[in-house]
Design a protein around this ligand. Structure first.
Ligand code: CMC
Length: 429
């Protein structure tokens, strides 16, 4: 007999099925709770709430395990390129050489933006944040692709996937050009995904540009480790918006908005700004660890802590090693990296951080790598978005392929005023 969880409430004994995932994670299925009792559950921040069943990414926060479609992140980071990982996430299996070649060339054929899209950038403010530009333009892409908006049509979904995968780096490069004033280079479909992105950002007209292979390798790695992270805030947003049958562009634009927050993807930018601040303030890392512990202060160590990882973030380990290697290969001595290392050491030995299981997360070191590549700090979260795109797509697609898909519509416990008499404006105050 399958396992049940028993509850007593209002004098009734209630039984709910316990469901088990393929990694033996267990959950109580409370979908009949309200029907049976009139009660709902409340779980602010969804700390204990499983919003869906998903076969894409497994993570175990206690043991620091992260796998995409069953493959360890360490193995994928070591052996794959980002497009291969994107294929794995979106279609469920590692591609054959032929599938990979076709996927790669289909994406490459969508790197040029449609006429009219680049003009959006003429109208943004020079100091606009690239994440705001990205969210706006991704949303606008729906108006240029009106023949691929039907979320129930497999061919249209496929077309929107390829257009987003191809367009996103180009849109990002336009944002870079807008904030730096650097000339924008047209996409080169002969180059790999990462090489092409660096070319669009950094080629100088009239000069031959060959992306530094160390940068290509580092970028590829960063995109892979960011590619998916199960039901995180932005992915849940993409699913939430998609559950209303909104098109893929609208859903991804909403995900970009969620990712921009400093508690989520925006942390990579916030980390480097924090390191600058510590540097400008004399480099006293103890002072900032003390500030982070002071509940009156409101300051948090950016790049520290994670909702799920309570031992270590496996992505941070991969990135820290890549960061060490890149700085050594480039013979760069970045003072911010030194501050980051000292800060991590002090925090990791501090009782406050130990007790709360706060460790450096994926965003703690990524900014140092982006800096070494010459990428401006405002662009860091945009790079996270390029990495996360296949994850968002795969979750949106999985949800639409599920026979049990329903609109996401949480309930609430109302705490406002009880029914009261309306007062006309002359009788108020
Ligand atoms: N610095 C100082 N104290 C912290 C920090 C921090 N970075 N993070 C958590 N805490 C404390 C928090 O004050 C609380 O203490 P207490 O129990 O005394 O009230 C305790 O640790 C638990 O924190 P929480 O806010 O309840 O944890 P959460 O799971 O709701 O938040 C988090 C997770 C990532 C938003 C949070 O750790 C944080 O704000 N970190 C800094 C921002 C950051 O680096 N975000 C990137 C996350 S990784 C990239 C991604 O996947 O999005």
């Amino acid at each position: 007999m399958s396992e049940v969880a028993k509850f007593a409430c209002d004098g009734h004994e209630l039984e709910f099925p316990v469901v088990e995932g393929s990694e033996k994670e267990r959950a109580i299925d409370i979908s009949q709770l309200r029907k049976q009792t009139g009660l709902i559950t409340i779980d602010e921040g969804y700390v204990n709430t499983g919003s869906t069943r998903s076969a894409i990414t497994f993570l175990n926060g206690e043991e620091g395990v992260l796998r995409y479609r069953g493959y360890a992140i360490e193995e994928l980071a070591e052996n794959c390129d980002f497009i291969e990982v994107a294929y794995l996430l979106i279609y469920g299996e590692l591609p054959t050489q032929q599938q990979l070649d076709t996927f790669r060339s289909s994406i490459a054929s969508h790197t040029k933006l449609q006429d009219g899209v680049p003009a959006f950038f003429d109208h943004f403010q020079k100091d606009a944040h690239p994440m705001s530009m990205l969210a706006s333009v991704v949303s606008a892409l729906a108006t240029f692709n009106q023949d691929s908006l039907d979320p129930t049509d497999a061919a249209q979904i496929e077309s929107s996937i390829l257009s987003l995968m191809g367009n996103l780096p180009t849109v990002a490069a336009h944002g870079h050009s807008k904030i730096t004033g650097a000339a924008l280079n047209h996409a080169d479909s002969e180059l790999s995904y990462c090489e092409n992105f660096l070319h669009m950002m950094f080629s100088k007209s009239g000069k031959e540009y060959k992306a530094n292979p160390l940068f290509v390798k580092a970028l590829n790695l960063l995109l892979i480790v960011h590619a998916d992270h199960e039901q995180n805030c932005s992915t849940s947003t993409v699913r939430m918006v998609g559950s209303a049958n909104a098109n893929l562009y609208a859903s991804i634009a909403a995900g970009v908005g969620a990712l921009s927050g400093p508690s989520h993807g925006g942390a990579n930018e916030a980390v480097v700004n924090m390191l600058y601040q510590i540097q400008a303030d004399g480099g006293d890392v103890e002072k900032y660890v003390k500030k982070a512990k002071d509940k009156e202060d409101g300051f948090r160590l950016m790049g520290f802590g994670h909702r799920v990882y309570k031992n270590f973030d496996p992505r941070a380990n991969i990135i820290k090693a890549a960061c060490d290697e890149l700085l050594e290969d480039l013979n760069l001595d970045d003072p911010l990296f030194d501050i980051a290392q000292r800060l991590a050491k002090v925090a990791l030995e501090d009782e406050y951080f130990i007790k709360r299981n706060l460790y450096p997360n994926v965003d703690f070191y990524s900014g140092v790598i982006y800096r070494a590549m010459g990428i401006p700090v405002e662009m860091f979260t945009v790079l996270f978005a390029i990495g996360r795109l296949p994850g968002w797509i795969s979750h949106w697609k999985e949800m639409h392929e599920s026979p049990t898909m329903r609109i996401c519509r949480p309930r609430q416990v109302y705490t406002g005023a009880n029914s009261r008499q309306f007062a006309s404006i002359d009788k108020r105050g």
